[in-house]
Design a protein around this ligand. Structure first.
Ligand SMILES: C[S@@+](CC[C@H](N)C(=O)[O-])C[C@H]1O[C@@H](n2cnc3c(N)ncnc32)[C@H](O)[C@@H]1O
Length: 215
């Protein structure tokens, strides 16, 4: 099911006049969100925000959890510095293959390394220092992986998690487990002694947290 954004249609229409995206990416995003065989990709506003942050921060090392068919990866890779690298983790074989083709079509393979596997098994074995981590995998993985993600971030690095306003949204019963999981994640992020955090009400909600610069 395509979950609507937290912002209303008027706001989405208005911001669309200013927040621009690569047309080919926008087309792929729209096509993907019509499909029922793949989980929804990031919302358009979320993509624009990610690009803004990446253009500002110029991260060289990004870790992404939850590639699906690669929309958010492409979003970030398009504005990543030429010597930047994204490592992205996905457990669905079919998605990994489709994402690879999408990366080829956008001529972005040289900036992206895919890992096929479960994030709960892959992440504990990774080593830092990542400048930015984008968490968009299964919502049940958010809290269990939080300490590992903080470990993997460099001091001053950014953790960005998608769908973090799920708990405040009126969603069908099948999403209630995710809503509770995300709520527990937000509670832990905001209580974390090494993170300074903010929830942004765009897309499905984004939690953005900066790791303590002195840690
Ligand atoms: C919301 S989709 C990601 C969308 C993608 N970030 C985008 O915006 O284009 C979530 C993805 O996480 C993957 N996923 C869920 N739990 C996972 C896990 N434990 N390990 C690896 N991948 C997982 C799913 O297969 C799905 O493709």
């Amino acid at each position: 099911m395509n979950i609507p954004a937290v912002t209303n249609e008027d706001i989405i229409r208005y911001t669309k006049m200013f927040n621009k995206l690569n047309p080919a990416l926008e087309k792929l995003m729209e096509e993907t969100n019509q499909r029922t065989d793949v989980l929804p990709c990031i919302q358009r506003d979320t993509a624009c925000f990610l690009q803004f942050i990446i253009q500002r921060e110029k991260p060289l090392k990004i870790l992404e959890l939850g590639t699906a068919v690669g929309i958010s990866t492409i979003t970030m890779a398009l504005v990543l510095p030429e010597n930047g690298q994204i490592t992205t983790v996905e457990r669905g074989h079919m998605f990994v293959a489709e994402a690879e083709k999408n990366f080829e079509n956008f001529k972005l393979n040289h900036k992206i390394t895919q890992i096929l596997g479960d994030v709960t098994e892959v992440v504990p074995n990774l080593q830092g220092d990542f400048d930015l981590i984008f968490q968009d995998s299964g919502k049940q993985t958010y809290l269990p992986l939080l300490d590992d993600l903080v470990r993997l971030l460099r001091p001053g690095g950014l953790l960005i998690a998608d769908d973090t306003l799920f708990p405040a949204m009126d969603l069908p019963e099948r999403n209630q487990k995710s809503q509770r999981a995300v709520n527990r994640f937000n509670q832990a992020v905001f209580a974390h002694p090494r993170l300074k955090s903010f929830i942004l009400p765009i897309g499905h909600g984004i939690t953005i947290a900066e790791k303590d610069k002195n840690s």
